[in-house]
Design a protein around this ligand. Sequence first.
Ligand code: NAP
Length: 335
Amino acid sequence: MTLQIGVIGVGMIGQDHIRRLTTVLAGASVVAVSDVEATQAQEVAARIDAKTYLTGEEVISASDVEAVIVTSWGPTHARYVLAAIAAGKPVFCEKPLAETVEDCEAVLNAETKRGKRLVQLGFMRRFDAQYRAMKETILSGAIGAPLIFQSGHRNPSVPGYYTANNALTDTAVHDIDIARFLLDDEPIAISVMAPRKNSRGNGLADPLLTLIEMRAGALVAIETSVNIAYAYDIRGEVIGETGVVTLAERNDVVVKANGMFSGRVPADWRERFVDAFDAEFRAWIAAAKAGGAAGPSAWDGYVATITSGIGAKAIASGDRETITLRHRPPVYSAN
Ligand code: NAP
């Protein structure tokens, strides 16, 4: 059986996901697309022989669309996710789930009312082989109880629409989520330090050093740099009571020449996480065919939004801000 998918928002990542669904992975076909840029939607649809719709809502209600992908601009995500849940259709949503805590809560309430998960969130790091090996190492007890997770997220540049706190609310959300995944814990407080701004950043709060306190006492330290020019570089190390586990450089080869050794640093997130995105969609296709979702959930999206939002408050106040999560609904307990 082939899963028939409708895609809302066919910009950079929407087109990359369509490429993987139509040329890399088996078991799915994209039958419908929409984008506020109608011409862009028509061009993409023509390439894959899909139908074009004027609105995301029309994609969701199309009778041949069995599952939905939301890859439009962040502020529009919640409304499409809610419409997909109302239609009873599985939905994959790129981060963020929503820009406000209220909208995230509306999604949690809608799924809870349905009594099952329909939403999978695009935190693809959870499908990355290196992060999974890191988590297995922690679970094996090889480094003892985790005390500190240090995460580095370095982007060469970011889109022009980035505003003051987006380094935290749009970029560091990945680090916040993977910290929760690795430590199997929730945040209780956040502090953010901003050094002198990178002069390449058009006034953005960049770089940032974020410190998150987790419920069981471990600390998460996140360095976010979104205009660091040299490449896309993802760093990670968990320090335990008896050892450390570190993300390795992931080059296939190391070149030694002229008295130097060197390897490639990925150009962007597409290159660094290509296998993770493929794995994420393999899992989603299988789960959506069964009428559900796999991996990162709306709960994970809620925690990322509330944590980064309070982090933005901490940038402004310069204080340590506490994070209070609502009760976790049982529908997310196996997550
Ligand atoms: P993008 O290139 O700007 O693409 C978004 C597309 O959606 C644009 O064509 C945009 O049109 C369109 N759009 C905006 N509002 C819409 C609406 N109401 N209905 C339908 N289409 C609409 O952005 P992107 O880089 O692909 O990012 C899309 C989402 O993916 C963002 O939420 C981003 O945070 C997320 N993302 C995740 C990762 C990851 O690592 N998982 C990486 C990149 C992006 P206009 O250009 O006219 O606004």
